[in-house]
Design a protein around this ligand. Sequence first.
Ligand SMILES: Cc1ncc(COP(=O)(O)O)c(C=O)c1O
Length: 427
Amino acid sequence: MTNAELSKRDLAHIWHPCSQMSDYDEIIPIKQAYGAVLRDFDGKEYIDCVSSWWVNILGHSNERIAKAIANQADKLAQVILAGFSHEAIIKLSERLCASLGAPFNKCFYGDNGSAAVEIALKMSYHKNKLQGLEKPLFLNLKNSYHGETIGALSVGDVEIYKLSYGGILINAISTKVPMSFKDNEVSEDEALSDLASILKDYGHKISAFIAEPLIQCAGNMNMPSPSFYKKACEMVKNARIDVIFDEIAVGFGRTGTMWAFNQIGFVPDFICISKGITGGFMPFSVVLTNDSIYNEFLGDFSRAFLHSHSYTGNALAAAGANAVLDIFEDENIIEKNRSLSAFILAEFASLKNHKKVHNFRQCGMVLAFDLINVPKNSVKNMRFEALKRGLVLRPLENCVYFMPPYVISHEQISYAARQIKQMIDEL
Ligand SMILES: Cc1ncc(COP(=O)(O)O)c(C=O)c1O
């Protein structure tokens, strides 16, 4: 099989995500992947600078995760989780609660990031209702992204994804967020005063405030300060509004600590986790919350949280997630990432003062910058030039980012940094 043969068969039947299909003359079928590298059917290799949509944190074909899933498959792949259970999900729940720490003590499972966001939104709204409060609004940060299902899309603020669906979204209000993008700067004070006025006018109607802690990834890798999040969350809590942290993209060490909220010094009511949870092997997600929220749902059947997904608590995914936690424990990933992110910074440092680069920034294992004074569409086209040079890059508008699997080698980082600099020089 060649790329061309498979590409033709693919395009005959597959409607690709997040794509204008008429842009595609061909797609790239991947035959095999290992570590930070993808290999296509013609034998060409690409460094996965985006961790395959930010899920693959511990390397493609990671042996320990693959083995754990295969062993689990020999025993039990899936069992209904309503009233039944299995060892892998019990062990995982204990470990996640311990890793996040008190007061997180209850896990509700889903099978993708958007589902986790839906679960947290519904739980917060429902909990308020059980307490006799009708609060039909949600609050989010401008420039945020929380997924594509109707509820998750409603609480996001990346316009391009929402444009066509205005008529069917649920009610959400967006408050300003600090940004250092050229021509679009918002200071921390300005953002907090916007929040204060929203809380004054609408606070009593808002069930929950949802935010991506430390990095708004799909929002062009905007990185507000931990202190902004802390102040904003405290204001929100004072208005008796629940706080949901969406750690779907930033959890599992991406920001330099196991959980991004560890750097903020604020403990939310709900945390949504997905993507890295199985190292990119299985679709899976979980919402963690505390006993006090959980207890509100106890009593008559009519008080129960009746949300469910068929694959909730999937045993293969749970086994994969346990293997991911084993690797974090045994292989000192957070510590290793500290020196890896310093190496990444050093390799990209020459871009910091480049005349086409603005807002050079890094948080843990994410490095990003915006390109300015470059021809229209040239950043979008970098994606195709990068492929020719053996790199998978997906710039977000004018933002170029580097967010590789944590197993990427020094040589691969240096190669990627060199190629990216050359591409920018040539724009
Ligand atoms: C912060 C955040 N929340 C939610 C989602 C949605 O997750 P999924 O694509 O698995 O539905 C994403 C996906 O990129 C995300 O980055």
